[in-house]
Design a protein around this ligand. Structure first.
Ligand code: 5GP
Ligand code: MG
Length: 195
């Protein structure tokens, strides 16, 4: 798996440091005087990509919270360009009147956030804020508002720390780019090389 890496864009220690900073900022915004102490907060990671980021983020946030889950797929199989998000599963729980923080791995076309934020508002959320670990350097990503952003990165296809290629590489601790040959392979060839 490690020999498939082209270059490390963000190493694990820098991710950890930035996640702690984001958690501090979000926590401050979600305690008094910004929100009353009894505020009902729900954190909503977009699965599967935001799983690892969200797990690290919330363990640095000493606030009372519930977790709701949404599963969205945008890059089926070995595609490295978005085919548009589709909602695969919804396990949000009751969010009526709650302050919702949507957590995603990366802001790229912006279509996921544009689809999910109205869904959360229509479900009765009192407020909806968005947090993304990465934002790509492209106009579509900058055009969509995110309240908390971890890193701005070049417009390249990245994997690791939850992000996948054909559902692989999510367990890499760093955020990396893959070698061209890997991205050019078909799904079945990739399967042979990564198991
Ligand atoms: P958007 O809806 O903003 O285009 O992108 C959101 C989703 O597309 C992300 O949650 C992520 O799953 C996927 N995505 C976008 N860019 C990348 C990328 O560079 N690498 C990977 N692995 N997934 C990406
Ligand atoms: Mg995703």
């Amino acid at each position: 798996m490690f020999c498939d890496i082209d270059r490390v864009l963000i190493p694990a220690d820098r991710i950890a440091q930035r996640v702690r900073e984001l958690a501090g900022q979000i926590t401050r915004d979600h305690v008094e005087p910004n929100l009353p102490a009894d505020s009902q907060i729900t954190i909503v990671p977009i699965l599967t990509g935001a799983m690892i980021f969200c797990a690290d983020l919330i363990r640095e946030m000493p606030v009372r919270m519930k977790i709701g889950l949404l599963s969205v797929s945008s890059y089926p199989g070995t595609s490295t360009a978005s085919t548009g998000p589709t909602l695969q599963a919804n396990s949000l729980g009751e969010i009526r009147g709650r302050h919702v923080l949507l957590v995603d791995d990366i802001l790229d076309s912006g279509e996921t956030i544009k689809m999910i934020v109205p869904l959360l508002k229509d479900s009765g959320a009192a407020t909806v804020k968005t947090c993304v670990l990465l934002r790509k350097d492209r106009p579509s990503a900058r055009a969509v508002k995110a309240d908390y952003i971890g890193f701005d990165i070049p417009d390249e296809f990245v994997v690791g720390y939850g992000l996948d290629y054909d559902n692989y590489y999510r367990n890499l601790p760093d955020i990396v780019t893959l070698r061209r040959e890997i991205l050019d392979r078909t799904g079945s060839e990739l399967l042979k090389s990564t198991v």
